[in-house]
Design a protein around this ligand. Sequence first.
Ligand code: TRP
Length: 330
Amino acid sequence: METVVSGIRSTGNLHLGNYFGAVKNFLKMQRENNCFFFIADYHSLTTHPKPSELQRNIRQVLAEYLACGIDPEIATIFIQSDVPEVTELYLLLNMNAYIGELERTTSFKDKVRSQPDNINAGLLTYPVLMAADIIIHKATKVPVGKDQEQHLEMTRKFARRFNTMYGTDYFPEPDAYNFGEQLVKIPGLDGTGKMGKSEGNGIYLSDTPKEIRKKVMRAVTDSGPQGENQEMSEPVRNLFTLLNVVSDPSVVDSFKEQYNRGTIRYGDLKKQLAEDIIRFNEPVRERIEEISADSHYLNKVVKEGAAKARESAAATIKEVRHIIGYRPFV
Ligand code: TRP
């Protein structure tokens, strides 16, 4: 049994790529480990959201994860800003984080390029706050995508540096959580690459049937099969990948056969795909709406989550203070 910390961006509405690529795996992970899921709403301040927007985003993301089956009875789910202990550890770790290494972080360099008017210190020290999020619960595993591997590497470095500086093995060095079976990469509807928020090629769990039909019918295909048993183009292969996760195997086989015979009509394939996505999505979407409207339940989840997370965080801070040398004058 490992201690797992998973940070969730507070602006990321879930799309099918997030669900089948990650969140679905969390359902098993939470049963087998001591999991902390939190909404990273301190991190989100780097982009200066309006207060009302911040509040709305947190609520939406929370409702979506709960609707997907993240279970507050077995895991700890909380909001980062409800656990101010993390900001103390962040401050302490900042004393041993060097400007040079922070400036060399890929995500920071990307921001310098993409938003030159808002290179704030929070962006520079983003990896330090992330390290604090993780090691404050002494996590040993963190589920991360490719884009977060460098941050996890820095977390290990900061943990190791603390241990070396104070001659202790207090903080474990966390590794990436490994999901065993190959992770499914869900493609977008624009013909190439994976489904992503910034690509604008996704289907969201909160999309209505009407929106889903519209998006799927507009998906990129090609000019049609070029004869029998021809290799599939990327856009068509992508539609088949999506069909594979939401449709009955017999449906997938039937369209594959039509493709191989060169008789497939992409319009029919898309209609079927849209209906099967809707069939998958509808119960989740309804659950998201139900939970979003239930302030009483949301408050209870968040309050209990904060209490559990604070207990764990406060224990660490107490020990860290002692290790560093903040001690009573006996
Ligand atoms: N940086 C992560 C992301 O962009 C979010 C995050 C913040 C996180 N703190 C974390 C992820 C701690 C894992 C552990 O997705």
